[in-house]
Write a protein of this length. Sequence first.
Length: 434
Amino acid sequence: MKTDLNKGYFNSHWPVECGGNRRQKIFNGSLNVKEKSHHLITKVNNRWNVMFICRNDNELYLAGTMPNFLGDKPFGWVQKVNPDNLETIYESPNLECGEHIWCGAIAAHVNGTIINVNGSFMHILDENCNILKEIKLPIDQAHNGLLILSDGSIITKDIRVSNDTSSTLTRLNPESGELIGKPLKLPEGSMGRIACDIDDNGEYIYTPGIEHIFKIRVEKEQLVIEKNWSVKYREKNSDHGLAWDGCISEGFIWLMNNGDIESVRSIFSRHPNGRFSSPPGTLSWQRPALWKGNQQLLKVSIDNQTIDYVTLSNKPGGGIIAPPVSIPKYNLCIAWDSLNSGLYAVNQENLNIEWSVNIRPTMQPVVFLDSGELIINSYENNSDHIVVINLENGELITKIDLKSPLANGMFLTPGTNNDIYYCSTLTIAKIRWN
């Protein structure tokens, strides 16, 4: 049944988070930044900036929420942004989110609309950020991420950090916003975002739960859990934390555990999620881990349902807030430990660490495949930086101080003109190499 996995998206080089449904974060282009000068634009807007996506050539959209953990009611928002100077061209009205505070998602649909999920609402917007449809999702909980399936339908999932309540997959019609089939209740809560792939047997969604990774078959009018497919990746009372999103690559799912750090647990201890009556003092990702386990990279075989663990370092209490990236061309999977620092290139076959770099990454990277460059952040001396690393040997080619006071697990987005776009809480930025 093989078909184009990403044909539900607008014909763009980066229409959705991570560039596509496998969450591979790979851009078929080059930067070649070595010995090049750069131009940096940094803007502090005091918002929780989540991600940029691209629609048509030179059409850039930014989505996010408001970090109103106290006080004023939060809301989502979408902006159409000038890609040259990051100035706002059009902005949506305040988008209802059910008062939940969490990083949602945005995508450019093949029909030309912009789809936004934030909190417990989905909005369908036109190209100038006007609201066409507002849809209250059936689950009153923050949703983290959306994907557009090959038939154009929209899929999203609420986020949970325990099994007190299971997570639910919701599928919607992109024109009407109406439900397609009955929302599918998963066997467990699920923290990590969904990923999707197509093989000879059909289209499948993969998501990590609290203890297991699940596979869901996409049918015309319903979603069906594959009952003969389940991979257990942790024990209920494990000394390692939960997994964030999976990166699907050549028959394997790559994930990292230790993701439900104290700030995440704190946000989801409240309902509406992230709303507090007094300052909680627990929202920094830099607080010590709630477990002793070292940071691990997980390699899951889709065909065999086996799992391998790679311990990245001997430092206990590892933790992350973003998933790894698999790069088959270089036979490497890049992983890191945000709490203890360190980035590691793992051989995808023998699982040995080929090289490491002493930086402190936290966010979703981008790979410029043709030039073999990894772009990721490093939070140092109370400021976030962009670093460019040579995938062949781990050489740190350049490091640029963004003057961004906070780092988090948000998304980098490649431009098409030797540039990269950056999102974090309070700050957005663009770097262009000459």
